[in-house]
Design a protein around this ligand. Structure first.
Ligand SMILES: C[S@@+](CC[C@H](N)C(=O)[O-])C[C@H]1O[C@@H](n2cnc3c(N)ncnc32)[C@H](O)[C@@H]1O
Length: 218
């Protein structure tokens, strides 16, 4: 009986080691793949968490970055960084690496991002726990950029994420920016005290997208 249990434990440990090795190999392989391919793999793995068929276009990423004021002290937080198209545009725009934090749910993307941008802080986690994930940094956030697929995530999840964003932005008198494939001007998930201060539609993206910029008037 004891021997059988030891054998079972050994098999369990061996299988776990194999699984970990397999994951590491595939995450190492991702690092040498082009971003669009890593993105496509994640779309197949978890389409609802992606909410898009392909990465944002550099044109959309540049337009997002241009909304960022560089004269404000504090840091910029990007939610749902994917393969880093927007991250790259933010750095090119002039956001300094120590003032840029990217939060990403997928560990494959997080590894890819950390390899591509070793100089910035990448947090592998769910934006639902944003304040905990940021810790002390949450007090110095001046802008949150959201690329999360609010239209395909469960409503409860979205409300929880928006509450975290609201607490941080209202506390720091910051800016909240989201890009969406909804070209209309409604944002059903946002609280009423979020007032839109700017917006732009980018046609050269698949699909065309709208950037909305908000301030909390609380
Ligand atoms: C539409 S893709 C945007 C990717 C990238 N920003 C771009 O523009 O190409 C949405 C991203 O949000 C991430 N995501 C989804 N749910 C999330 C969550 N709860 N917390 C953090 N990231 C999440 C997905 O893994 C994916 O990378």
């Amino acid at each position: 009986m004891i021997q059988r249990n030891i054998l079972k434990a050994k098999t369990f440990i061996n299988n776990s080691v194999l699984k970990v090795r397999k994951n590491n190999i595939s995450s190492d392989r991702n690092k040498s793949l082009p971003g669009w391919m890593v993105f496509a793999k994640e779309v197949l793995r978890n389409p609802k968490a992606m909410g898009a068929a392909c990465e944002s276009s550099p044109k959309l990423a540049k337009a997002i970055a241009e909304f960022i004021p560089l004269d404000k002290p504090g840091c910029v937080v990007e939610l749902g960084a994917g393969t880093g198209i927007v991250t790259e545009a933010l750095l090119k725009h002039g956001v300094t690496p120590e003032n840029l934090i990217s939060v990403e749910l997928s560990s494959a993307f997080s590894d890819f991002l950390q390899h591509k941008f070793p100089q910035i802080k990448i947090i592998n986690g769910d934006a639902l726990h944003l304040k905990d994930l940021l810790g002390e940094d949450s007090n110095r956030v001046n802008t949150i950029i959201c690329g999360l697929p609010f239209r395909t995530l469960p409503n409860m999840h979205v409300h929880g994420i928006v509450k975290q964003i609201d607490d941080i932005i209202s506390n720091n008198n910051g800016i909240y920016m989201q890009f969406t494939y909804n070209l209309g001007d409604s944002s059903p998930f946002l609280p009423h005290h979020f007032k839109r201060i700017d917006h732009k539609i980018i046609w050269r993206n698949i699909p065309p997208a709208r950037i909305n910029v908000y301030k909390s008037e609380q």
